[in-house]
Design a protein. Structure first.
Length: 54
C-alpha cells in the first residue's frame, strides 16, 4: 500500500516486529536512514550477506 508499507512490513515498525513478519530473513546491517534525521534508523534484511532483499 503506498505510503503505508510493503507486504507485511509497515513503515514505522520496530525491528523485532519486522523480524517476526519476515521468517527466514536476518538483519544484515543497520544504518542512519536520513542524514537530516539522525534518529531515523534503517535496517537491511536478507537471506545471506551477499543478497540483501528488504
Amino acid at each position: 500500500m503506498p505510503l503505508e508499507g510493503v507486504g507485511p512490513v509497515c513503515f514505522g515498525m520496530r525491528i523485532a516486529e519486522v523480524t517476526a513478519v519476515l521468517p527466514g530473513m536476518t538483519e544484515l546491517r543497520r544504518f542512519q536512514a536520513e542524514p537530516w534525521e539522525p534518529g531515523t534508523l534503517g535496517v537491511e534484511f536478507g537471506t545471506e550477506p551477499a543478497a540483501p532483499a528488504v
